[in-house]
Design a protein around this ligand. Structure first.
Ligand SMILES: NC(=O)c1ccc[n+]([C@@H]2O[C@H](COP(=O)([O-])OP(=O)(O)OC[C@H]3O[C@@H](n4cnc5c(N)ncnc54)[C@H](O)[C@@H]3O)[C@@H](O)[C@H]2O)c1
Ligand SMILES: CC(C)C[C@H](N)C(=O)O
Length: 364
């Protein structure tokens, strides 16, 4: 791949390759844009097919964080890390400490947190080497696992999207197809069940499915069946790119609202579902609860304050739908405009957040 051509085309600032022979660390930190502040984004650990696939994932996810943080109203830029490896087998203490030293070397330009394949315990190890990490244990006065808060934000955003599609934001009696019932979606299903929604779930992990069936009375289907089930809402909560040429013709849902990052395989898939009259709650707007929660640690974590900010996801989804209707554009484009306009507006305010070039976190 022609890396510099790609970085130039999509305006990336920096990519850092980190390797540590002793621990086996192979990580890529991608910093997309720091106009609004230091780049905050999680660390994903995954078994990539190739190094190129890992680089592309880091780059796409980092850009997504620029838009997510901007749309959520955070004074933070976008970045992300991927660690190449199997999170079930390849983790060790030295690896996360070596990674922590690389983050420290960036001196606050990048702050990390959890993503798929990493946990609060991993963040605690990184914290041995750097302060530029969030989502660490509540024992440190921090916010811990972001997933339940992400789930709550998705639940609120789903209600806002339902209001636009069905005239009411009540999810009682609505049939919701949930793809992947992992950390976020398990908590999402709990909220939906409590509101009286009927759940259809799938996961490649049978135990996760069983738990949702037992606890929430969900109906289980095979992974490939989830797209075509009769339902009101499709909630993608596994990995990305599930809204694509193969799945769109199968969809019966009037709303797509879920936790996964990069749900549209390509932007043209956002155009197609818009033309079909499906209300799509843009991924990075609806799933911002986790980053809003961990970002609050930068001010000295306060759960009530963080949850109040997470509530804005409801109005942000409403705003995006409003712009989409007003300008006759798909919701993914409306969200991009909202994020880009904020970055432009705030371009000259950065100095108010960074004090003498040091991030507010340095107070900790
Ligand atoms: N955890 C957070 O706070 C957070 C925040 C924002 C976005 N996200 C995104 O939400 C998604 C879920 O995150 P998570 O933390 O719950 O991850 P997770 O790994 O706990 O859950 C994902 C689940 O999806 C399942 N899965 C994988 N491939 C599948 C397939 N093809 N069909 C069905 N199920 C499949 C996995 O077995 C797992 O149970 C990810 O895309 C993540 O990037 C998470
Ligand atoms: C900083 C985080 C909690 C990041 C989260 N994994 C996300 O994609 O938003």
């Amino acid at each position: 791949m022609e890396i510099f051509k790609y970085l130039e085309q999509y305006d990336y600032e920096q990519v850092v390759f980190c390797q540590d022979k002793q621990s086996g660390l192979k990580a890529i930190i991608a910093i997309h844009d720091t106009t609004l502040g230091p780049a905050l984004g999680g660390t994903r650990m995954w078994t990539y097919e190739s190094e190129e696939a890992a680089i592309i994932d880091a780059l796409r996810l980092a850009k997504g964080m620029t838009y997510k943080n901007a749309a959520a109203g955070l004074n933070l830029g976008g970045g992300k890390t991927v660690i190449i490896g199997d999170p079930r087998k390849d983790k060790n203490e030295e690896m996360f400490r070596a990674f922590g030293r690389y983050i420290q070397g960036l001196n606050g330009r990048y702050i990390t947190a959890e993503d798929v394949g990493t946990t609060v315990a991993d963040m605690d190890l990184i914290h041995e080497e750097t302060d530029y990490v969030t989502g660490i244990s509540p024992a440190f006065g921090s916010s811990g696992n972001p997933s339940p808060v992400t789930a709550y934000g998705v639940y609120r955003g789903m209600k806002a999207a339902a209001k636009a599609a069905f005239g009411s934001d009540s999810l009682e009696g609505k049939v919701i197809a949930v793809q992947g019932v992992g950390n976020v979606a398990y908590n999402l299903c709990r909220h939906l069940h409590e509101e009286g929604a009927q759940l259809i779930v799938t996961d490649i992990n049978k135990e996760a499915v069983q738990r949702a069936v037992e606890e929430f009375g969900a109906r289980a289907v095979d992974p490939n069946e989830i797209y075509g089930v009769e339902c009101d809402i499709y909630a993608p909560c596994a990995l990305g790119a599930t809204v694509n040429d193969d799945t769109i013709p199968q969809l019966k849902a009037k709303v797509i609202a879920g936790a996964a990052n990069n749900q549209l395989k390509d932007t043209r898939h956002g155009d197609i579902i818009h033309e079909m009259g499906i209300i799509y709650a843009p991924d990075y707007v609806i799933n911002a609860g986790g980053v809003i929660n961990v970002a609050d640690e930068l001010y000295g974590y306060n759960h009530d304050r963080a949850m109040k900010k997470v509530e804005t996801i409801y109005t942000n989804i409403e705003k995006v739908i409003e712009i989409s209707k007003r300008d006759g554009i798909p919701t993914y484009l409306a969200a991009d405009r909202m994020a880009e306009e904020r970055i432009e507006r705030m371009r000259n305010s950065r100095s108010q957040f960074l004090q003498n070039g040091h991030h507010i976190l340095s107070r900790r």
